[in-house]
Design a binder for this molecule. Sequence first.
Ligand SMILES: *[C@@H]1O[C@H](CO)[C@@H](O)[C@H](O)[C@H]1NC(C)=O
Length: 338
Amino acid sequence: MGHLHFLLHFLLSLSCFSCTVLSWNSQQLYRSNNYEGSSDLVNLVYHMGPVLASPINLYTIWYGNWNPAHQAIIRDFLISLSSSPSSSSFPSVADWWRTVRLYTDQTGSNITGNVILSGEHYDTSYSHGRYLTRLAIQSIIKTAAVAYPRPLPLNSYNGVYLVLTSSDVMVAEFCRAVCGFHYFTFPAIVGATVPYAWVGYSGTQCPGMCAYPFALPKYENGAVWTRSGNRRKVMGAPNGDVGADGMVSVIAHELAEMASNPLINAWYAGDDPMSPTEIADLCVGVYGSGGGGGYAGMVYKDRQGRVYNVHGVKGRRFLLQWVWSPVRKRCFGPNALD
Ligand SMILES: *[C@@H]1O[C@H](CO)[C@@H](O)[C@H](O)[C@H]1NC(C)=O
């Protein structure tokens, strides 16, 4: 009886673990695990549309009330995307972007290696409120583009826009289904068609979901079971902030997809352009060799237990998820062991 009770309890906790982890991370992680190293399952197709082959002018819009220390982490990451890495800083953020550069358009032009942080706008007055629909993100870009006295340029040649919302802003589906998304603007709202992405600060609303693996779902008490049955702890955030460090990987994810599928008619897998599976979707939760199925993979760890897989400017370190390599036909990053 005691044994049965124990067994039942054990089974129940197992199934409970499944619902937790399978809810988001693991559904994604599972998928990436299935895909990693297995090219048969992935049918990434080029749909003839443009990729971001010209030097990218990146404009950020800080929406809401932002902590300058968090902004500095994110800004340094963006600046790291195309700073030439010194040999001592391999693997760098720019090395990570090299996998993204392997994608080409129908003229054979690769995605650019130049990603320049060209402008920043601070929407500290919450111009569109604290609850935002997806469409409202476009209105925020419009508001920034007509701001007085310092409008953000509306650059329809090679501009891309990154809207970052602070912890007190709710965005439709944030934390329930998405940690970020990218799309393109409608001329009727913004006045031009420009690729844009939104990512929310994940430190307070849902760190277990959007700042993984620096945080885990609440009910797991800071530990998670690995497949082999060992308890695993959360990983230390490389710059000491779970929310901002978690956001960096989501921003990296969205930028990689925006560059390879800016108008949702270039690189994606699946038949449905309404929910395309893009080059970073294929590798969610994979940060190093062997990653997948809830295991982040082989990454570096410093003495304080902070984990990272790439170096950036000013001695910063970041943990970036891998992206799908069209050459290797698997998830790949510059810290790969093979
Ligand atoms: C451009 O893409 C092709 C095809 O993936 C690749 O072989 C080549 O190395 C890429 N060039 C650069 C500069 O990344």
